[in-house]
Design a protein around this ligand. Structure first.
Ligand code: ATP
Length: 445
């Protein structure tokens, strides 16, 4: 695992377990590994790509498809640098950085309890502000004029499009804009696997309300509940979730009120999503810096005003990591046998089913299994396996989190049915081949 420093030390067992499983099964690999890696970057393998895609699709369904008052957006990663002046990121988007005078390792000062280096015990320098924005240059000349940034949060793409969205759609206050996309931060201490990366994805709703403290706080409470319930609806255990209220000293430069949804990762409560009341900070600042009137005209009351914003901002990678941790079980299955199983919600599981012929050297079994496999693949991501014995295939699918294993045996040829084995209970039942798809549809709801 990539060596990490500072806050990343301590209870890493669960992170190590998930890291090992991820690497072994193809969920997540270290970025640019053959070149020694690049700290804070990760690549999603075949299973991880499916998990992340499922997670984002579920978010999009929840945020956009199932609602009348939220629309979607996909803004660009690179924006006019003035955006970041206006949003306050160039001035205030920083963490306190301290350096060890002895080994010169750098740390986030706010994550270290004593003024001693966690790596060598040396004395640390006084903390100074370190800006997290990742710089980049557009065009062929590297000068200040061409300097821009990879977005540090996906939020601003929504606010700069506020007027476009109001004028091109039929949205009326209160309404929201959902977005999913990459963000980049020059984190001082990336680590704990994907928890703190330098490139990551966010899933957000920016919800505009009337500029009224009571109304906006009602929506704030509403979204807190909605977002917490969303994680629970996808199988995350309630006992591993809690809200953390930001104290005055924790509030971001734009926030009037903020709560985090935290996940208990092996005994450590970690931030997974932030719910913030941003007031009119973003629209006001963009109005000032772009000299554009960002006000909303309320046709009913004939009033013009700057709406307030309630934001829900979750990390796709953090959620994926915590769903993996939450689903990870080591179970005893016999006297000396145990299995590792990922009890992922079927909606998130990379493969919805795996299909096996009982014996790979019996063409009639392979033929029937193959036709079932091809048919299921029209609807879902499905795995095929004919290697080794059936027990080994079950273990492999348990580790991949596949909810159902379908086996074609000799009885199948006569009776037109197959065995379906349930990942969590390990129970098996016979189901008619013609009824399998309907049966699965019901289970995958
Ligand atoms: P932290 O305090 O952990 O640095 P933050 O409060 O700066 O996080 P926000 O700016 O509120 O985070 O971003 C919203 C969400 O984006 C976070 O809750 C998290 O899920 C995700 N996120 C933020 N930074 C990272 C990162 N470096 N790597 C992975 N996900 C991140």
């Amino acid at each position: 695992m990539t060596k990490t420093t500072g806050e990343t030390k301590g209870k890493t067992d669960i992170f190590e377990n998930i890291y090992a499983l991820s690497k072994r099964r193809g969920f997540i690999y270290p970025g640019s590994e053959i070149y020694g890696g690049l700290a804070g970057t990760w690549d999603y393998g075949p299973l991880g790509a499916e998990l992340k895609r499922n997670l984002k699709n579920e978010f999009w369904k929840f945020a956009v498809w199932e609602r009348d008052d939220v629309v979607g957006l996909d803004a660009s990663i690179i924006m006019n640098p003035k955006v970041w002046e206006a949003s306050g990121h160039l001035e205030s988007f920083s963490d306190p950085l301290a350096e060890c005078k002895k080994c010169h390792h750098r740390f986030r000062a706010d994550k270290i309890k004593e003024n001693k280096c966690p790596d060598c015990g040396g004395e640390l320098t006084k903390a100074k502000k370190f800006n997290l924005m990742v710089e980049t240059y557009l065009g062929v000349i590297e000068d200040e004029k061409q300097k821009t940034y990879l977005r540090g949060e996906i939020t601003q793409g929504v606010h700069v499009n506020f007027k476009n969205i109001v004028s091109s759609t039929r949205v009326k206050l209160p309404f929201g804009v959902a977005q999913v996309g990459k963000a980049f931060r020059n984190e001082i201490t990336p680590g704990q696997f994907t928890f703190r990366s330098r490139e990551f994805e966010q899933m957000e709703i920016q919800f505009y309300t009337k500029p009224d403290a009571d109304i906006s706080m009602e929506w704030f409470e509403y979204w807190k509940k909605e977002r917490m319930n969303w994680y629970v609806s996808l199988g995350m255990k309630e006992r591993n979730l809690r809200f953390h209220k930001h104290g005055k000293d924790e509030l971001a430069h734009y926030a009037k009120a903020a709560f985090d949804i935290e996940y208990n990762a092996g005994g450590e409560w970690k931030e997974m999503e932030g719910i913030h009341n941003r007031g009119d900070w973003d629209l006001r600042r963009h109005g000032e810096y772009s000299k554009t009137d960002m006000a909303y005209f309320d046709e009913e009351t004939k009033e013009k005003f700057l709406p307030w914003i309630i934001e829900t901002s979750g990390g796709v990678d953090r959620a994926a990591l915590f769903f993996l941790i939450d689903a990870f079980f080591e179970e005893k299955t016999g006297d000396r046998e145990f299995r590792i199983v990922l009890k992922l919600h079927p909606k998130l599981a990379p493969y919805k089913a795996a299909v096996f012929p009982l014996l790979a050297n019996k063409p009639e079994l392979v033929k029937l299994a193959r036709s079932i496999y091809k048919d299921l693949k029209k609807e879902w991501m499905v795995a095929w396996d004919e290697r080794g014995n059936i027990g080994k295939r079950y273990r492999a699918q348990d580790e991949a989190g596949t909810p159902f294993c379908v086996t074609v045996d000799f009885d199948s040829l006569e009776k037109n049915d197959i065995t379906v084995r349930d990942r969590d209970t390990m129970k098996q039942e016979r189901i008619k081949i013609g009824e399998l798809k309907e049966w699965m549809k019901e289970k995958l709801q």
